[in-house]
Design a protein around this ligand. Structure first.
Ligand code: ZN
Length: 131
């Protein structure tokens, strides 16, 4: 079962980073034409999601909404001081699964796969497995 890792060099505190190309590269290299691609984020202050990639305003709107949903100054107990990033990571989730058809990720027309940075900038890892 083909499996691997790639690096995501985020550059902002909070950021949607389009990883669709890197995931498609893994699918192409695997030689698998029909199957399932699992993508997993092993970090506690980052997530993965699939959403619109055509208009960057959508990514900005999602980040702005998360900033409103997650209070910056609750009496958080976690001493590292980055609890809002942990909460955002749990809200977004840590994995996505996409069908592979004819060697291509079967995403919707406007969909992209995003690595969601909530406590950057950092060098992040993404794990993938194709079955
Ligand atoms: Zn923390």
């Amino acid at each position: 079962m083909p499996t691997g890792t790639f690096t995501v060099p985020t550059s902002e505190t909070r950021q949607f980073f389009d990883i669709t190309h890197q995931v498609q590269k893994a699918v192409t290299a695997s030689g698998i034409h029909d199957g399932i691609c699992h993508v997993y984020n092993p970090h506690t202050t980052a997530g993965l999601t699939i959403n619109e990639g055509a208009d960057p305003a959508v990514q900005a709107d999602i980040l702005a909404a998360l900033e409103k949903i997650v209070p910056p100054n609750l009496p958080y107990q976690h001493r590292e001081g980055n609890s809002p990033a942990h909460v955002m990571a749990s809200l977004v989730g840590s994995s996505v699964t996409v069908f592979i058809e004819s060697g291509r990720l079967r995403l919707g027309t406007w969909q992209k796969i995003f690595f969601c940075e909530f406590d950057g900038p950092r060098s992040r890892k993404v794990f993938w497995r194709i079955a």
